[in-house]
Design a binder for this molecule. Structure first.
Ligand SMILES: [Zn+2]
Length: 114
């Protein structure tokens, strides 16, 4: 499962930080990803609890920052934000658009520890 391996790599990062900074418990994790990156919050939270079992991140709360889909339309000469990418401008319908945001990979932004 996609989410399990993502969670495993997040956990690896956390454990490396924990060794460097000497903390014993992770309370909250802030994660970010783009709307188009195929990450599902629920599946991710669920997998994380499974993977974090017995580690310093067990029971940690996951918070998400989801970046919207952003396209730039060459015809309108402006950027639009939307929920879904359809390969065309939501305003004028032109397909001369370029994707500018929404595909960001899952990242660990910040964590609250004790
Ligand atoms: Zn347009």
């Amino acid at each position: 499962m996609h989410e399990l391996s993502l969670c495993q790599s997040i956990l690896n990062i956390i454990q490396r930080y924990a060794r460097e900074h000497n903390f014993e418990r992770v309370q909250t994790l802030w994660l970010s990803f783009g709307r188009l990156s195929c990450v599902q919050e629920k599946a991710l939270s669920f997998s994380f609890q499974a993977v974090a079992q017995g580690t310093i991140a067990q029971g940690a709360e996951l918070k998400f920052q989801v970046y919207p889909v952003q396209i730039y339309c060459f015809f309108c000469e402006r950027t639009y934000e939307m929920e879904e990418y359809r390969g065309e401008c939501p305003d004028c319908g032109s397909s001369k658009v370029v994707l500018q945001g929404g595909t960001e990979e899952l990242r660990l932004l910040e964590m609250e520890v004790e």
